[in-house]
Design a binder for this molecule. Sequence first.
Ligand code: UN1
Length: 511
Amino acid sequence: MNAILAKLGIGEVNSGATTGGRNGWLETSGSELVSISPIDGKPIAKVIQASADDYQIVIEKARAAFEKWRMVPAPVRGQVVREIGDILREYKDPLGQLVTLEMGKIMAEGRGEVQEMIDIADFAVGQSRMLYGLAMHSERPRHRMYEQWHPLGIVGVITAYNFPVSVWSWNALIAAVCGDITVWKPSSITPLTAIAVQHIIAPVIDRHGLDGVFNLVIGKGGEVGETMIQDRRIPLISMTGSTAMGIHIAEAVGRRLGRSILELGGNNAIIVAEDADLDMAVRATLFGAVGTAGQRCTTTRRIIVHRAVKPTFVERLVAAYGQVRIGNPLEEGSLMGPVVDGATIESLEKAIAAAKASGGRLLYGGRRITVSGCEGGYYVEPAIMEVQNEYPIVKEETFAPLLYIIECSHIDEAIAKHNDVPQGLSSAIFTKNMHYQEQFLSPIGSDCGIANVNIGTSGAEIGGAFGGEKETGGGRESGSDAWKQYMRRQTTTINWGHELPLAQGIRFDAD
Ligand code: UN1
């Protein structure tokens, strides 16, 4: 592992702020942060965090960089992102391993996360030639009207521990082709992966002299994070995290009329209809509920299953859970690694107790386990509970591997239960019935930002817009036209005639 850390530029003690490139690292003067591996509870390395003064240095560099970057033609900006994608390809394995080491997801998922970075880089390169505006027909003769998209400025990117690197890339690489500057504040749980990303892309930054375009500030939420969201020099804050934090950020950014993209909690469900392909439904549920140890925004948290197939479905699911190899995520055979920390195990246990108190029944798991060789790690069995959708705890997002089984007997009831939670990120139905499928996808169907048919709730491709409604925050990141949020729209009307006709036919002549 030490060789991997060295390859990624991680030392015993690391600077927590850079404006990019090999020489962009600051002599940071904030407090010390120790990154702990959830695999064995042991420290990996230290970071000297950014102080308030360090933050100011970074923002000033970012402002200076924007002056130049915004005038680089977008397709040329795209070429820089292409080189970033290329170098990420070279570092897919070591960076994926560091993701595994620092937050505990299994290696296949760690590598998958880096693949998302590569995919969004490719997408952004294409997008750099497609920052299209519309041309409109003016109502006035000899007038031309069109819209164009200009760079917005500095984008603050606040990311969570569960996707410590790909969510940065969704924002930073799209923002970069749009002509923006990013200042990244990663989760304090995963500072090393963020530092590694900066080391990986440093040769590209240096080759093109892009000091200040991709910035990193690791610091306390209460200090650096708070300063960032209040900072009028940052017109857009894109944040992934809890609903409580999202509300705070929406208020702070809204108060200064800034923009925010919020990617908050989910309470994602799969509806299993009576005609569902149960093999597929069980496999999708397993990946959706157990993958990343239940710590994706898109994790399947509820199964709403028709009573005719519920006994078979549950029996097969419990059998599949029994086959899950929980262990050191750095070992290839492991299907589930640790959860990120002890607090996550406690939240799982509390949720199980709360569901039981409401009348729920534990069907599987929920016990702490010890993995030999990883004694200090945070391992727990994934849990399945039979509950009613009405229980208060079921309405909450418990960010842990806990799956609720809810019975239904009609598609209308299933959809009503499906939507009866405060969150609205991802959703799915397993059915071969086109009436059910289309109802689920219609305006009276799923109220989520993502609605899938015969696919689970997690593992979205980068090409679509990613995000959700209600308490999920309404933001959209990644593909589709999410790029528009990183730019400012300008509507332009040009009069190429010699008259001055007014719109709406108004006459305003002095004589
Ligand atoms: C997240 O959990 O914040 O759709 C992102 C998925 C992944 C991204 C999850 N592509 O599950």
